[in-house]
Design a protein around this ligand. Structure first.
Ligand SMILES: NC(=O)c1ccc[n+]([C@@H]2O[C@H](COP(=O)([O-])OP(=O)(O)OC[C@H]3O[C@@H](n4cnc5c(N)ncnc54)[C@H](O)[C@@H]3O)[C@@H](O)[C@H]2O)c1
Length: 329
């Protein structure tokens, strides 16, 4: 099945068999593969079969390598291999590889083509979709980056067969988030993994096309991320797992503010059960200072994505107001 998100063609397939046909659709000149050390270790045979004569650049795996040094390492290697303006980068890997490669593609020769082949669930449902790319710097995530869409994305859950369980669960954390951003229970009812991925991408498509540059509606995709980011940093847990914890904390906060979110909580519990996910359950009150220190805090006012009647909206509050309202809870 093919889907177009803004200017990106996305192909959903059960396996790798159509990968070469997909790439051929773009009439590419020369292309260069970028992947990470873990993915290359597992898939080097497949990579050399799929992209016979192409140069493969392997970067060290891990978020700690999502930085400007890796960007320059890739660019230096591409130039050494003779990349020209008409050539293409193909990123094979998770969100770290796709975020770096999208950024390299956006700045090299002021923009060259790129194609993504996501290999983690998180990169299939989230990181490769919507054209946001970039690297971390000065202890801030994604602080250097751009909006730059890939020409194509080839999605197959076949890659997930080798993905460690906790990484799969991290991707499912984002899937659970999507269930609250579109007023339906489709994700709960769907059992086929590729359909779950497709449904998630369709939900993200709506927000990306409505607000590509992330100045309004796209902020709703941050549901669960306000406390999630704080937990991710403090507890060192994976991103999607932190989002899952962050959603529960938002529901606890909403309940303390007197909102009836019982139906939303029931859906959350049902999704956890369906995907066999567990949360530790952190107390949101212990993280209020952290969320007001976050970069999304403008002049002391924080926009927190709340859900009510299965619809997201922005709850604007200052730290003082929030403490006042939950004082006796
Ligand atoms: N651009 C966006 O819109 C966006 C959205 C969400 C997240 N992100 C970014 O995505 C990154 C996280 O992505 P991620 O969770 O994919 O992390 P990741 O790319 O670090 O991959 C997770 C781990 O799995 C390994 N791996 C990848 N595919 C594998 C496979 N098929 N089999 C075995 N191992 C495999 C990787 O080497 C890595 O060790 C973060 O940097 C985050 O900021 C970006």
């Amino acid at each position: 099945m093919e889907l177009v998100v803004k200017d990106t063609v996305i192909d959903f397939e059960d396996n790798y068999l159509n990968l070469n046909n997909f790439i051929n659709k773009f009439n590419l000149n020369k292309y260069f593969i970028v992947t990470d050390s873990n993915v290359y270790k597992i898939y080097h045979n497949e990579i050399s079969k799929w992209f016979k004569d192409s140069k493969v650049i392997v970067i060290d795996a891990g978020e700690e390598n999502k930085n400007i040094d890796t960007v320059l390492y890739i660019i230096n290697n591409l130039l050494k291999e003779g990349i020209t303006r008409g050539d293409t980068i193909i990123a094979v890997g998770g969100g770290v590889v796709s975020d770096i490669c999208g950024f390299v593609a956006s700045i090299l020769y002021r923009g060259i083509k790129h194609i993504m082949i996501p290999t983690t669930l998180l990169s299939m449902v989230d990181a490769t979709i919507g054209g946001k790319c970039g690297v971390d710097h000065a202890e801030r995530k994604n602080i250097i980056g751009s909006f730059y869409e890939p020409k194509g994305i080839y999605i197959t859950p076949k890659f997930l067969e080798t993905l460690p369980k906790e990484e799969l669960e991290s991707g499912l954390g984002e899937v659970v988030k999507y269930a609250f951003l579109d007023n339906n229970f489709k994700l709960l009812e769907e059992d086929n993994l590729i359909n779950i991925i497709k449904e998630s991408v369709l939900i993200k498509k709506y927000y990306v096309e409505a607000d590509f540059k992330d100045t309004g509606l796209r902020m709703y995709l941050n549901f669960g991320h306000t406390f999630g980011h704080a937990i991710e940093l403090k507890k060192g847990i994976l991103h999607g797992q932190a989002v899952l914890e962050g959603i529960k904390m938002i529901f606890d906060l909403e309940a303390d503010l007197g909102l009836d979110i019982s139906r939303e909580k029931a859906l959350y519990e049902a999704l956890l059960k369906k995907f066999d996910l567990a949360v530790k359950g952190y107390n949101y009150k212990d993280y209020i200072e952290d969320i007001f220190n976050d970069k999304k805090n403008f002049n002391g006012i924080l926009n927190i994505v709340f859900i009510k009647d299965f619809k997201p909206y922005l709850y604007k509050t200052t730290k003082g107001e929030l403490y006042d309202k939950i004082r006796n809870k």
